[in-house]
Ligand binder design. Sequence first.
Ligand code: ZN
Length: 182
Amino acid sequence: MTCLNCDGELHEQVVDFSTEVKGQQVVFSMSGLVCAACGYHTVRGEEMAEYMRRAADVYRAQNNLLTSDEIRLRRKSLGMNQEQFAAHLGVGVASVKRWEWGQIQDKALDNLIRIRTSVDDAKANYWLVSEMMQSLAIASLLEADSLVPEVVYYPKKTEVWQTTANLASPAEHLRVDTAYAS
Ligand SMILES: [Zn+2]
């Protein structure tokens, strides 16, 4: 092939490409065509989709999003084809195909894919939600005046305990205040 820039000869070799995806600089290596005379480099037409996928995957890795390979691996770990996977997530099959070909999923869909494809991610989500609900339960308990705090006197300090009846363990107590004698 001839260089579009200087009519020199293009040779195939591994090229360090640097491009912008969604305003972010991404760098990756893949096979391309390089002109020894002027340094012009490009990819073959049939490699363009692969070029786009790699650029998108570097962006995804930089932004804590699942890469195309990771999405494909997670789908296959469930033994699903693209149609079944789309139904499992509640999206169109075109979306699954596009993600696996390099279109970047947004954060909301990335979260959905993680929770629907990994027991560990589903558990992490379970604990996150549990903790948020427990914090709310404690907050409402502290505001509730129906429970009378139990005051415990020690020689040097006074502790105020409140029974946390709403929590998972009914026997648990919550220390809401401590006063030290001067
Ligand atoms: Zn050239």
